[in-house]
Design a protein around this ligand. Structure first.
Ligand SMILES: *[C@@H]1O[C@H](CO)[C@@H](O)[C@H](O)[C@H]1NC(C)=O
Ligand SMILES: *[C@@H]1O[C@H](CO)[C@@H](O)[C@H](O)[C@H]1NC(C)=O
Ligand SMILES: *[C@@H]1O[C@H](CO)[C@@H](O)[C@H](O)[C@H]1NC(C)=O
Length: 303
């Protein structure tokens, strides 16, 4: 009798342990215990404010007259409203952060820790009222395994870029794991990349629809208009945030408005007819909402 009990207990114990282990791995709960295993999307607090903002590789200061450029932004002196700086990956979020920081003199934050951006002096994993805007690639109100609580944004700046160019930029970032490198021309035709493009197209649609439906103040900023005249758009952004212009930072931008994030054209991307058709299709669903925000039509440039 006792012999059976021990055996049964041993089996039961094994089953229980195995179940716990499976659950632990399958649900990725371990990411909460071992945050360093998370890649890309994570929210580990860092030293704040940074003792020196340029954590790994100090940014060389360029001197123009008596200006030291780029200027080092500051934390907001008193808490401001939480503003989302929302964009689908590949829409130029890092560039806009650079423009906003130089233009206002204050830091932007992010819900992620991007080590690369951190090394360029960005405040990563800071998503409270001490920054003028908070980078996010999440759809509005998203709750998932990383974001268990939605941030209560009071306003949103939504960056929009031609979806085809957005997807190309994101493929380059995703497959090179870098903000400035490009995928080789020969690799573009792989199933891997074409499959990823399809996924991204669906993701772009749901992301855009979620924010375009936002009920709080929403400013839609078009990447192409920023390229054309960054000053005009930057002034719009700062007005929306009710922030003064930082003249020194603005002057730094006149010398160099591209920052560190220009992806040099290195390869010719390939998008299959199926991918192009899908982009066309998802765009047509988003277009009516974009038109309401004066975003000029992208239809012609998708092909
Ligand atoms: C903002 O978040 C950072 C990083 O988590 C924290 O150290 C800082 O105290 C917070 N600031 C405010 C004003 O809540
Ligand atoms: C702008 O500044 C960055 C960072 O210092 C530098 O890498 C880049 O070459 C500069 N661009 C121009 C056009 O001067
Ligand atoms: C769109 O443009 C018109 C005309 O310039 C302007 O009156 C209107 O306020 C703009 N709408 C938005 C949402 O920016």
């Amino acid at each position: 009798m006792a012999k059976y009990s021990v055996k049964h207990i041993a089996i039961a114990l094994n089953v229980v342990l195995f179940s716990i282990l499976s659950l632990f791995l399958a649900t990725r709960i371990y990411l909460y215990f071992f945050p360093e295993l998370r890649s890309g999307i994570d929210c580990i607090p860092i030293s704040y404010p940074p003792t020196h903002p340029y954590i790994t590789s100090p940014i060389p200061t360029v001197h123009y007259g008596n200006l030291g450029c780029p200027i080092t932004p500051k934390i907001l002196p008193k808490p401001g409203p939480k503003v989302a700086l929302a964009s689908f990956p590949g829409s130029g979020n890092s560039w806009v952060r650079y423009l906003m920081e130089q233009g206002s003199g204050y830091y932007t934050g992010s819900v992620y820790i991007d080590r690369k951006l951190q090394s360029y002096g960005n405040l990563e994993s800071v998503f409270n009222s001490s920054v003028i805007a908070i980078k996010t690639h999440e759809s509005h109100g998203i709750i998932n395994k990383y974001f268990t609580k939605a941030i209560d944004y009071k306003k949103c700046i939504l960056i929009v870029r031609n979806p085809k160019q957005t997807l190309i930029a994101e493929i380059n970032r995703f497959f090179t794991n870098d903000h400035t490198k490009s995928v080789q021309t020969s690799k573009w035709k792989s199933d891997n990349i074409q499959q990823k493009l399809l996924e991204l197209a669906y993701g772009w649609k749901s992301f855009m629809l979620s924010w375009l439906d936002y009920s709080n103040p929403l400013l839609v900023v078009q990447y192409e208009k920023l390229m054309e005249n960054y000053q005009l758009e930057l002034h719009r952004i700062l007005r929306f945030l009710e922030l003064d212009i930082n003249e020194e930072g603005m002057q730094c931008l006149e010398h160099n408005n591209s920052g560190y994030f220009k992806r040099f054209k290195q390869s010719e991307p390939y998008l299959s007819p199926e991918v192009l058709l899908l982009i066309q299709h998802v765009y047509s669903e988003v277009e009516p909402l974009l038109t309401r925000h004066n975003v000029t039509h992208y239809s012609g440039i998708i092909n």
